[in-house]
Ligand binder design. Structure first.
Ligand code: BTN
Length: 252
């Protein structure tokens, strides 16, 4: 059984916990090395976006993983991270979440956590850095995205204890990561992800990837986590992109 033994390095300020961990990984850091920062001055999100990270307003965390699973199952690492964050928010903050494909945690329809997984070449082989940003207070995100973002304070009505949430997150990550390495682990992770995501099936969405935009209805995920989208031209298997809800009554 693969077990994770996180070791945390704490920083007051960093450009990005993912970037710092990638640097340490390329110098030979071991699995489980984790970085926590009070603020990030150049926090990064998916699809080359910035991740707003003011001091004390969010949990900015990255962990180094060296998964011993087949390469085609690596996308499930973000699924297992989303499941772990969902457990941690529920256990430590009483916040229930939904998952928007592939790994945005939502409270109601608004995003409370984002996950950025990046692979990195290291002296001990390819590894992955999983970066997790959880909005603790409304100061974590810019006011202009308040219609699509939320925070633990808004979702639970009380100030979260960052250390309690971190401890719950580490223990949930260890559980789901061990499961990922069991024989039926990947299929169990896909099943758990599917049961926790209202986006997995039957949702009318628009998926944008660069200049390409597809409209359709979600029809579950493949064994490797790719999204099945039923479009007017047939079923499309989506491996990367940004999913948005489509209003009922939209013309296509
Ligand atoms: C997303 O776009 O939804 C992913 C956001 C990931 C943000 C986290 S905060 C900790 C880690 N360091 C970064 O620079 N990004 C990730």
């Amino acid at each position: 059984m693969k077990s994770l033994k996180p070791k945390i390095l704490r920083f007051e300020s960093l450009p990005s916990t993912n970037t710092e961990l990638a640097r340490q990984a390329s110098e030979g850091a071991g699995e489980g090395l984790s970085i926590l920062a009070d603020e990030q001055t150049a926090g990064r999100g998916r699809l080359q976006r910035a991740w707003s990270s003011p001091r004390g307003a969010g949990l900015y965390f990255s962990i180094l993983l060296r998964p011993a699973i087949a390469a085609d199952q690596w996308p499930l690492i973000t699924f297992m991270a989303a499941l772990a964050v969902g457990d941690a928010l529920s256990e430590a903050c009483d916040v229930n979440t939904d998952i928007k494909w592939p790994n945005d945690l939502l409270s109601g329809e608004r995003k409370i956590c984002g996950i950025l997984a990046e692979s990195v070449e290291t002296p001990a082989g390819r590894a992955v850095i999983v970066g997790i940003g959880i909005n603790l207070t409304a100061e974590a995100y810019p006011a202009e995205i308040a219609n699509v973002a939320t925070s633990v304070v808004e979702a639970s009505g009380r100030a979260p204890e960052r250390e309690t949430l971190l401890a719950a997150l580490l223990s949930a990550l260890s559980r789901w990561y061990s499961l990922l390495h069991e024989i039926d682990g990947p299929s169990k992770i896909v099943a758990a992800w599917t049961s926790r995501s209202s986006y997995a099936s039957g949702k009318r969405v628009q998926v944008a990837n660069g200049d390409e935009v597809w409209q359709g209805i979600t029809r579950g995920v493949e064994a490797d986590g790719a999204l099945r989208l039923e479009t007017s031209d047939g079923t499309r298997i989506v491996r990367a992109g940004d999913v948005r809800l489509r209003e009922r009554g939209s013309t296509n």
